[in-house]
Ligand binder design. Structure first.
Ligand SMILES: [Zn+2]
Ligand SMILES: [Zn+2]
Length: 218
């Protein structure tokens, strides 16, 4: 069966090629022995390790390729060009909506892999680690504050029983909650990762619950 697949661009025969994924597993693909385009049976390229792509393909922009209809070598449905507005300039590839196969003309697999590697390094590198560290510190601080306020409530109410039976400890707790609330808001607004923003909102909601408990009693 595999020998019957023909390149959708030039009709050439495919040879088998093997790539490595970033998790170290093998990803099998086909390369046209005439035009050096790549055919993947499933959308794989986001998992490909860049160095293994560069062993098989070298990046080159593709502005010259004609806008022809390409047909899936597997099931003969029309391949759909992936929206170029989401891709770097000069890069194009096609995919089949029926079988999830995808075709990368020569130079495009490397171009897109380099772009993806750069993009994912940008997204998951740099700001993540400091943010996670800051978040952890804030969560620990939050737990500490909640513990401290709980201790203050019982301690204070015993000591200031005669003066301000409920107002004193409630005020202290409210201030602590407000400080934590501001910290949560800073996280939610300045956090670059979804997880950090979610943590900020978590802190905010915990504080809101705290406000209600303090104001309306447990
Ligand atoms: Zn070809
Ligand atoms: Zn298909």
């Amino acid at each position: 069966m595999e020998g019957e697949l023909k390149c959708p661009v030039c009709g050439g025969e495919f040879d088998g090629v093997t790539f490595r994924s970033r998790s170290g597993s093998s990803i099998y693909a086909k390369r046209c022995n005439q035009c050096s385009g790549f055919w993947f049976e499933r959308e794989p390229a986001s998992d490909l390790e860049l160095s293994s792509v560069l062993e098989q393909d070298s990046a080159s922009a593709n502005y010259s390729m004609k806008n022809t209809d390409l047909v899936c070598p597997q099931d003969q449905s029309l391949l759909e060009e992936v929206d170029s507005s989401e891709l770097p300039a000069g890069s194009r590839y096609w995919r089949c909506n029926d079988c999830d196969g995808s075709f990368y003309p020569k130079g495009q697999l490397a171009t897109l892999s380099e772009w993806r590697a750069k993009n994912s390094a940008h997204v998951s590198g740099g700001p993540l680690k400091p943010n996670v560290a800051i978040s952890s510190v804030l969560v620990v601080a939050l737990v500490g504050l909640v513990g401290a306020s709980a201790g203050k409530i019982s301690g204070f109410s015993a000591a200031t029983d005669q003066v301000l039976p409920t107002l004193g400890p409630s005020l202290g707790t409210l201030i602590l909650l407000a400080v934590t609330y501001v910290a949560g808001t800073i996280l939610a607004i300045l956090g670059r990762k979804v997880a950090v923003v979610a943590m900020g909102w978590g802190v905010i909601s915990i504080c809101l619950v705290g406000f209600f408990v303090v104001i309306f009693g447990p």
